[in-house]
Design a protein around this ligand. Structure first.
Ligand code: TYD
Length: 206
Protein backbone atom coordinates (compact mmCIF):
# COMPACT_ATOMS: atom_id res chain seq x y z
CA UNK A 1 0.00 0.00 0.00
CA UNK A 2 1.21 3.51 -0.78
CA UNK A 3 1.35 6.10 1.99
CA UNK A 4 0.91 9.85 1.71
CA UNK A 5 3.81 12.14 0.78
CA UNK A 6 3.41 15.68 2.17
CA UNK A 7 6.00 18.39 1.49
CA UNK A 8 6.43 21.79 3.12
CA UNK A 9 8.09 24.42 0.93
CA UNK A 10 8.89 28.10 1.29
CA UNK A 11 11.71 30.62 1.64
CA UNK A 12 14.00 30.77 4.67
CA UNK A 13 12.05 31.95 7.72
CA UNK A 14 8.62 30.99 6.39
CA UNK A 15 7.88 28.90 9.49
CA UNK A 16 7.86 25.44 7.91
CA UNK A 17 9.47 23.64 10.85
CA UNK A 18 6.98 24.99 13.39
CA UNK A 19 4.06 23.94 11.20
CA UNK A 20 5.53 20.49 10.62
CA UNK A 21 5.87 19.88 14.38
CA UNK A 22 2.23 20.86 14.97
CA UNK A 23 1.01 18.76 12.05
CA UNK A 24 3.00 15.77 13.25
CA UNK A 25 1.38 15.95 16.70
CA UNK A 26 -2.09 16.26 15.19
CA UNK A 27 -1.64 13.29 12.85
CA UNK A 28 -0.15 11.15 15.64
CA UNK A 29 -3.15 11.91 17.86
CA UNK A 30 -5.32 10.65 15.02
CA UNK A 31 -3.42 7.35 15.09
CA UNK A 32 -1.38 7.74 11.90
CA UNK A 33 2.19 6.53 11.53
CA UNK A 34 4.28 9.58 10.67
CA UNK A 35 7.82 10.00 9.42
CA UNK A 36 9.24 13.54 9.44
CA UNK A 37 12.32 14.26 7.36
CA UNK A 38 14.30 17.32 6.40
CA UNK A 39 16.40 18.38 3.44
CA UNK A 40 19.26 18.57 3.16
CA UNK A 41 19.77 15.82 5.72
CA UNK A 42 17.41 13.24 7.20
CA UNK A 43 19.94 10.36 7.05
CA UNK A 44 23.39 9.92 8.57
CA UNK A 45 24.99 10.47 5.15
CA UNK A 46 22.62 13.33 4.35
CA UNK A 47 23.33 15.14 7.63
CA UNK A 48 27.06 15.01 6.84
CA UNK A 49 26.32 16.45 3.40
CA UNK A 50 24.16 19.14 5.10
CA UNK A 51 27.10 20.19 7.28
CA UNK A 52 29.26 20.65 4.19
CA UNK A 53 26.61 22.57 2.21
CA UNK A 54 25.59 24.98 4.95
CA UNK A 55 29.03 25.64 6.48
CA UNK A 56 29.52 29.43 6.11
CA UNK A 57 33.31 28.99 5.74
CA UNK A 58 32.85 27.08 2.43
CA UNK A 59 32.91 30.27 0.39
CA UNK A 60 34.66 28.45 -2.48
CA UNK A 61 31.73 26.08 -3.21
CA UNK A 62 30.70 26.26 -6.86
CA UNK A 63 27.03 26.43 -7.80
CA UNK A 64 27.24 23.08 -9.57
CA UNK A 65 28.85 21.42 -6.53
CA UNK A 66 26.05 22.85 -4.40
CA UNK A 67 23.37 21.47 -6.75
CA UNK A 68 24.96 18.02 -6.79
CA UNK A 69 25.30 17.89 -3.00
CA UNK A 70 21.62 18.73 -2.50
CA UNK A 71 20.73 16.07 -5.06
CA UNK A 72 22.99 13.53 -3.33
CA UNK A 73 21.43 14.18 0.06
CA UNK A 74 17.97 13.81 -1.51
CA UNK A 75 18.86 10.55 -3.30
CA UNK A 76 20.01 9.03 -0.02
CA UNK A 77 16.87 10.21 1.78
CA UNK A 78 14.62 8.74 -0.91
CA UNK A 79 16.27 5.32 -0.94
CA UNK A 80 16.81 5.02 2.80
CA UNK A 81 13.75 6.71 4.31
CA UNK A 82 11.03 8.19 2.11
CA UNK A 83 10.66 5.38 -0.44
CA UNK A 84 10.45 2.56 2.16
CA UNK A 85 8.09 4.57 4.42
CA UNK A 86 5.69 5.23 1.54
CA UNK A 87 5.78 1.58 0.55
CA UNK A 88 4.85 0.70 4.14
CA UNK A 89 1.82 3.02 3.93
CA UNK A 90 3.13 5.69 6.30
CA UNK A 91 2.57 9.44 6.09
CA UNK A 92 5.82 11.20 5.21
CA UNK A 93 6.20 14.92 5.91
CA UNK A 94 9.32 16.40 4.35
CA UNK A 95 10.73 19.81 5.25
CA UNK A 96 11.61 20.79 1.64
CA UNK A 97 11.94 18.57 -1.46
CA UNK A 98 13.04 18.92 -5.08
CA UNK A 99 11.22 22.24 -5.65
CA UNK A 100 13.73 23.79 -3.22
CA UNK A 101 16.50 22.80 -5.62
CA UNK A 102 14.50 24.00 -8.64
CA UNK A 103 14.04 27.41 -6.98
CA UNK A 104 17.36 27.94 -5.13
CA UNK A 105 19.76 26.27 -7.60
CA UNK A 106 17.73 26.34 -10.83
CA UNK A 107 16.39 29.89 -10.60
CA UNK A 108 18.30 31.87 -7.95
CA UNK A 109 21.72 30.37 -8.83
CA UNK A 110 20.72 30.38 -12.51
CA UNK A 111 21.58 26.76 -13.32
CA UNK A 112 18.23 26.22 -15.04
CA UNK A 113 15.07 24.37 -14.10
CA UNK A 114 15.62 21.57 -16.61
CA UNK A 115 19.21 20.89 -15.54
CA UNK A 116 18.21 20.66 -11.89
CA UNK A 117 15.19 18.43 -12.65
CA UNK A 118 17.30 16.06 -14.72
CA UNK A 119 20.05 15.79 -12.10
CA UNK A 120 17.49 14.94 -9.42
CA UNK A 121 15.47 12.44 -11.43
CA UNK A 122 17.46 9.24 -10.78
CA UNK A 123 17.51 9.85 -7.02
CA UNK A 124 13.78 10.54 -6.77
CA UNK A 125 12.57 7.71 -8.99
CA UNK A 126 8.84 7.03 -9.02
CA UNK A 127 7.86 9.09 -5.97
CA UNK A 128 5.96 12.37 -6.24
CA UNK A 129 4.54 14.53 -3.44
CA UNK A 130 0.77 14.09 -3.01
CA UNK A 131 0.47 17.51 -1.42
CA UNK A 132 2.88 20.48 -1.26
CA UNK A 133 2.19 23.32 1.18
CA UNK A 134 3.78 26.53 -0.07
CA UNK A 135 4.20 28.99 2.80
CA UNK A 136 4.75 32.30 1.09
CA UNK A 137 6.69 35.10 2.76
CA UNK A 138 8.72 38.08 1.55
CA UNK A 139 12.51 37.83 1.67
CA UNK A 140 12.71 40.76 4.11
CA UNK A 141 10.33 39.21 6.63
CA UNK A 142 11.85 35.72 6.27
CA UNK A 143 15.41 36.90 6.87
CA UNK A 144 14.34 39.15 9.75
CA UNK A 145 12.86 36.11 11.51
CA UNK A 146 15.95 33.97 10.82
CA UNK A 147 18.29 36.60 12.24
CA UNK A 148 16.27 36.62 15.44
CA UNK A 149 16.44 32.82 15.77
CA UNK A 150 20.05 31.84 15.05
CA UNK A 151 23.40 32.46 13.38
CA UNK A 152 22.83 32.53 9.62
CA UNK A 153 24.08 29.55 7.55
CA UNK A 154 25.87 29.78 4.18
CA UNK A 155 22.63 30.01 2.16
CA UNK A 156 20.98 32.47 4.51
CA UNK A 157 24.05 34.72 4.27
CA UNK A 158 23.39 35.20 0.54
CA UNK A 159 22.38 38.68 -0.66
CA UNK A 160 18.87 40.07 -0.40
CA UNK A 161 18.74 39.94 -4.23
CA UNK A 162 19.35 36.19 -4.09
CA UNK A 163 16.55 35.76 -1.56
CA UNK A 164 14.29 37.96 -3.68
CA UNK A 165 14.85 35.56 -6.59
CA UNK A 166 13.99 32.67 -4.26
CA UNK A 167 10.67 34.25 -3.19
CA UNK A 168 9.76 35.12 -6.79
CA UNK A 169 10.95 31.72 -8.00
CA UNK A 170 8.67 29.91 -5.56
CA UNK A 171 5.67 31.94 -6.74
CA UNK A 172 6.49 31.03 -10.33
CA UNK A 173 7.26 27.34 -9.86
CA UNK A 174 4.49 26.50 -7.41
CA UNK A 175 1.59 28.36 -9.04
CA UNK A 176 -1.11 26.51 -10.99
CA UNK A 177 -0.21 23.05 -9.80
CA UNK A 178 -2.98 20.79 -8.49
CA UNK A 179 -0.93 19.32 -5.66
CA UNK A 180 0.12 22.74 -4.27
CA UNK A 181 -1.74 24.50 -1.44
CA UNK A 182 -0.84 28.19 -1.20
CA UNK A 183 -0.56 29.67 2.30
CA UNK A 184 0.14 33.28 3.24
CA UNK A 185 3.01 33.05 5.77
CA UNK A 186 2.17 36.37 7.42
CA UNK A 187 -0.54 35.00 9.68
CA UNK A 188 -0.74 33.44 13.13
CA UNK A 189 0.83 30.03 13.67
CA UNK A 190 -2.59 28.66 14.72
CA UNK A 191 -4.42 29.97 11.66
CA UNK A 192 -1.80 28.60 9.27
CA UNK A 193 -1.95 25.21 11.02
CA UNK A 194 -5.74 25.14 10.68
CA UNK A 195 -5.48 25.86 6.96
CA UNK A 196 -3.02 22.97 6.57
CA UNK A 197 -5.24 20.51 8.46
CA UNK A 198 -8.36 21.63 6.59
CA UNK A 199 -6.65 21.23 3.22
CA UNK A 200 -5.64 17.66 4.07
CA UNK A 201 -9.26 16.84 4.98
CA UNK A 202 -10.79 18.63 1.98
CA UNK A 203 -8.40 16.81 -0.34
CA UNK A 204 -9.43 13.51 1.29
CA UNK A 205 -5.94 12.55 2.48
CA UNK A 206 -7.32 12.14 5.99
P1 TYD B 1 16.48 24.56 5.89
O1 TYD B 1 16.80 23.24 6.51
O2 TYD B 1 15.09 24.86 5.59
O3 TYD B 1 17.12 25.71 6.77
P2 TYD B 1 16.95 25.96 8.34
O4 TYD B 1 16.97 24.64 9.04
O5 TYD B 1 18.11 26.84 8.64
O6 TYD B 1 15.63 26.66 8.48
O7 TYD B 1 17.30 24.66 4.52
C1 TYD B 1 18.63 24.89 4.46
C2 TYD B 1 18.98 25.80 3.30
O8 TYD B 1 19.21 25.06 2.11
C3 TYD B 1 17.92 26.82 2.96
O9 TYD B 1 18.56 28.09 2.83
C4 TYD B 1 17.41 26.41 1.62
C5 TYD B 1 18.56 25.65 1.02
N1 TYD B 1 18.20 24.60 0.04
C6 TYD B 1 18.61 24.73 -1.29
O10 TYD B 1 19.21 25.74 -1.67
N2 TYD B 1 18.34 23.71 -2.17
C7 TYD B 1 17.69 22.56 -1.78
O11 TYD B 1 17.48 21.64 -2.60
C8 TYD B 1 17.29 22.44 -0.40
C9 TYD B 1 16.58 21.21 0.07
C10 TYD B 1 17.56 23.49 0.47
Amino acid sequence: MRGIFIVMEGPDGSGKSTQIELLKEYLKEQGHEIIVTREPGGTVIGEEIRDIILNPSHKAMSDVTEMLLYAASRAQLMSEVIGPALEEGKIVISDRFVDSSIVYQGIARGLGIETVSNINEPGIGIYKPDCIFFIDISEEEGLRRKKEQKKLDRMEQESIDFHHMVSEGYRRVLSDRDEVVYIDGVDTVEHIQNQIRNALHVRKFL
